[in-house]
Design a protein around this ligand. Sequence first.
Ligand SMILES: Cc1ncc(C[n+]2csc(CCOP(=O)(O)OP(=O)(O)O)c2C)c(N)n1
Length: 338
Amino acid sequence: MKTATAGPRPAAPGRAGPAHRRDLLRQMLRIRRFEERCVELYSATKIRGFLHLYIGEEAVAAGVMAALEPADAVVSTYREHGHALARGVPMDAIMAEMYGKATGCSRGRGGSMHLFDRATNFHGGSAIVGGGLPLAVGLALADRMAGRSRVTACFFGDGAVAEGEFHECLNLAALWHLPVLFLCENNLYAMGTRIDRAQANTDLAARAATYGMTAHAVDGMDVRVVEKAARRAAAAVRATGSPYFLELRTYRFRAHSMYDPDRYRDKAEIARWQQRDPIDTLARRMISDGELDEPGLAQLNADVEAEVAASVTAAEQAPVEPVDQLTRFVYAEDEGLP
Ligand SMILES: Cc1ncc(C[n+]2csc(CCOP(=O)(O)OP(=O)(O)O)c2C)c(N)n1
């Protein structure tokens, strides 16, 4: 087994080395297996509504979340199961939400696109493209006004860059020096539209930089690259109290959503990106570095599958919300919110 070499600034315990990489692999596997199970449940009409899969993009969620602190805020999109799982929202609560059950993280009212969890500062997804951006800027402004020091990490797709909200939000965040980490998941497509058919300048980091913030693009298929970039970005936001933009170049292996026949993408293009599967990439690397062996990988998979199966059993058995509660929790009640 290889040991980590000491660098000028040793990583904090648990944040480097084989155990940490194993945890990153486990997080990515949890997202993949959870969603594969959701496909089956959706086909069986156990879960309904829209279902947007994150399969292929797991390195982004796992790498970014590893770089954040528990107190940081996270704002997500409608392609959000991976963000929620990697952030630490319990799988049982997410699966129950997919089922619309009372034990779901949004008490069954949100479903796939509106996961929310106060305990992990997971401020939820949104069905509106770019809808999380003003929320993130507002959270960061509130932090600034209340004297709280934390990062607000805001995920959005390349499609959101074509929205007016994107430009308004980057402008205000830069102008007011708000501590937002903008995380653009550039998977090249906005539904069926390829980025170069919709956006005049496809260099998204360059466009963000025009607002006067540090902005660059990294490989979103390698979790180690993502984590490193996210760590540096989060540290910069903490140190300066100003925004930072990261473009994560990634790809979704599945269609936009469950009803999308995916006729706009070349099969060879999908196959090319699948060669760079973030889970296989890390697993292969760990095996060749002697940090993991095949039985160890099989065990990891079995553990994750057991966790997913348990979440399905719990969701099946969970109650639905009583009818007399249905008008509650649309707005925050007095639960001692700050
Ligand atoms: C304001 C708004 N416009 C249009 C839509 C319809 N719509 C849903 S998803 C989507 C594509 C967004 O693509 P992107 O932001 O790149 O995210 P991805 O799906 O690739 O993760 C569109 C146009 C919407 N939900 N909201």
